[in-house]
Design a protein around this ligand. Structure first.
Ligand code: NDP
Length: 211
């Protein structure tokens, strides 16, 4: 028998008051899916990595303005994306800025942000907030089964095998994956071939062909 782990990742949350209340009602995690609903409005993007910049630049197609809130004083995104964002007329980047609370009644209506340098807080009123602060792998239940890296992603070795013989891993939750749908699909297909080879070898040892 063989097992393929392809458990994926989930969007990291800010864990600030109000966040859970307005998910889908002003707080979103997918620009392609939800950006068009806010055509002509002000949008906020949280994060400073490749996802935040890529998605933020995409949102400029719909937004009147996109404000990127970055908690530190630098971006983690690639140089090309940084240059595109810095030069885009609809994008503003606010460094040292953190979100402290989301407010509203049935929908998001205000975001309390704090400037880390001056310690001043203010409430801003974007139409929507898109959170892109990274991904967490859905591997909590695997920690006693296979070896995980420091961030909880499944370590793989030759032929996409995990630390346990017969258990393979593919996709976003695999350590070293590129976190792109296209590569996750490719990894799944490659792992299936590796599993076939493994089962054939296993079958050979047990007199079974593994088909
Ligand atoms: P990253 O881990 O690269 O970036 C996360 C960003 O969110 C950082 O700016 C981080 O700030 C910030 N952040 C984390 N936690 C908080 C918090 N609680 N509050 C505020 N800000 C926070 O994640 P991404 O999702 O951007 O990318 C994940 C991986 O996928 C990366 O390897 C990336 O390169 C890859 N990717 C590649 C793309 C491409 O090649 N085109 C497109 C998209 C993603 P800080 O820097 O201070 O820690």
């Amino acid at each position: 028998m063989a097992l393929l782990l392809s458990v994926g990742t989930r969007y990291r949350r800010l864990n600030v008051p109000g966040e859970e209340d307005f998910i889908g009602a002003g707080i979103h995690f997918c620009a392609t899916c939800d950006g068009p609903f806010y055509k002509g409005e002000q949008m906020v993007v949280i994060g400073g990595g490749n996802s935040a910049l890529e998605e933020g630049l995409f949102l400029t197609r719909f937004a009147e303005k996109v404000t990127l809130l970055v908690r530190g004083d630098s971006l983690r995104a690639s140089q090309i994306l940084q240059e595109k964002a810095a030069n885009h007329p609809k994008m503003e980047i606010r460094f040292n800025t953190t979100v402290h609370e989301f407010r509203g009644k049935r929908r998001l209506s205000g975001v309390v942000v704090k400037d880390g340098k001056s310690n001043a807080t203010e409430e801003i009123h974007p139409g929507a907030v898109f959170v892109f602060i990274g991904l967490d792998p859905n591997t909590g239940f695997l920690s006693n089964l296979v070896e995980l890296d420091d961030w909880g992603f499944v370590r793989t070795f030759d032929n996409m095998q995990t630390s346990v013989e017969g258990i393979f891993a593919a996709g976003d939750a695999r350590a070293g994956s590129t976190k792109q749908v296209a590569s996750a699909v490719g990894e799944g297909a490659a792992a299936a071939l590796m599993i076939r080879q493994y089962l054939e070898k296993l079958g050979g040892r047990r007199g079974y062909r593994g088909d």
